[in-house]
Design a binder for this molecule. Structure first.
Ligand code: GTP
Ligand code: MG
Ligand code: ZN
Length: 335
């Protein structure tokens, strides 16, 4: 298997020191507390971990270098992209997946579809520098998927939305534009939306190798958290796909750049507000409120922006970088 199909590129090649050319390059496929597996040009490998390795610092999709025979882990290469989130009660972010090109944000054509929830995933994808695509599953269960697509196409400028039956081979054809050789995609979304079903279709799994899938509750279409860990799988004649466990609530933090991209219409108006730290709520001379009053901006969307903005502010520790939240002084007047 040529390494380009593993997703290797000049970005990683440039990181190799001359004496590292002899090492094997592989991608992390599963991460457990005391053990990690990888995919190499020669197939799956169980890595030998140096003493005191903290596996929580590794993400599925990471590129690592290992000794050829012993598979002793030598080092991790810098990431092109990293999807991560803070979970309640934990100070270090949880790593969802690394080196992902396209994030498939999965939801179903049923009552569980929730634009506000999808916006959280969009902000996460934007912040990580991955391309988001909304994938609406269970299109086979409705007469017309159009009304469901219409609920989400406007969530972000240029957003790509597809609807499909995750269990039909047709799904692999629909998603093929993002799944070519060298490309890595990841599946995220609530439990029961069909992430593992889609993975089995994309990776063309036999019954024996298939990811487990679970039924959903009749009453509210919620899933039962069948998948419990993240894993990387090959797409025949294509790239790589990462399955993840369903997330109950995606809390946001560290996503101010991601929010600006998601709510571009708000971000673009903000510089015209009189106050630099305008909250677009009650301030005089607010360009965003003016846009709402003129009927050019959906007030519900502004409300959702505010909720995410405030949540991000309160969950993000003080940062000093240009993308930090605490770089504007409160009460500052622009002119
Ligand atoms: N008819 C139909 N059923 C689907 C589709 N996608 C998923 N399902 C069914 O929905 C249920 C949940 O699918 P899973 O693939 O286990 O969902 P998941 O997102 O991996 O769920 P977790 O692992 O719990 O996060 C299963 O019974 C699937 O057969 C689809 O497009 N059409
Ligand atoms: Mg699953
Ligand atoms: Zn304003």
């Amino acid at each position: 298997m040529p390494e380009t199909t593993l997703g290797w590129s000049a970005f990683f090649d440039d990181q190799l020191k001359p004496d590292e050319a002899r090492l094997d390059r592989m991608r992390i496929a599963t991460v457990h507390r005391a053990r990690m597996t990888a995919e190499s040009a020669h197939g799956p490998v169980r890595l030998t971990l140096p003493h005191l390795t903290n596996t929580a610092e590794y993400a599925v999709g990471d590129w690592v270098l290992a000794e050829p025979d012993s598979h002793l882990l030598v080092r991790r290469l810098d990431r092109k992209t990293l999807l991560q989130r803070r979970t309640e009660g934990s100070r270090v972010p949880q790593l969802i997946a690394a080196n992902v090109d396209t994030l498939f944000i999965v939801s179903s054509c049923n009552d569980d579809l929730n634009p506000a929830r999808l916006e959280r995933y969009l902000a996460l994808a934007n912040e990580a520098g991955t391309r988001p695509v909304i994938v609406l599953t269970k299109a086979d269960k409705v007469e017309n998927a159009e009304p469901f697509r219409n609920q989400v196409t406007g969530l972000q400028r240029g957003l790509e939305v597809v609807s499909l039956n995750a269990k039909s081979p047709e799904a692999a054809r629909i998603l093929s534009p993002w799944c070519g050789a060298g490309q890595t995609v990841a599946l995220v979304g609530s439990s029961g939306v069909g992430k593992s079903s889609l993975l089995n279709t994309l990776a063309d799994k036999s019954d024996k190798d298939a990811q487990l899938t679970g039924t959903i509750r009749e009453s509210d279409a919620k899933g039962r958290h069948t998948t419990t860990s993240r894993s990387l799988h090959a797409i025949p004649h294509g790239g790589w796909v990462i399955d993840t466990p369903g997330i109950r609530t995606l809390h946001v933090s560290d996503i101010s750049a991601g929010l600006d991209l998601l709510f571009a219409e708000v971000a673009e108006l903000a510089p015209q507000c009189r106050f630099r730290n305008c909250t677009h709520a009650h301030e005089p001379g607010c360009a965003v409120q003016a846009a709402v009053d003129a009927g050019n901006l959906d007030p519900a969307r502004l409300e959702r922006w505010r909720k995410l903005y405030e949540e991000n502010q309160s969950n993000t520790p003080v940062q000093t970088g240009p993308r930090g939240n605490k770089t504007t002084k409160p009460g500052g007047k622009r002119r």
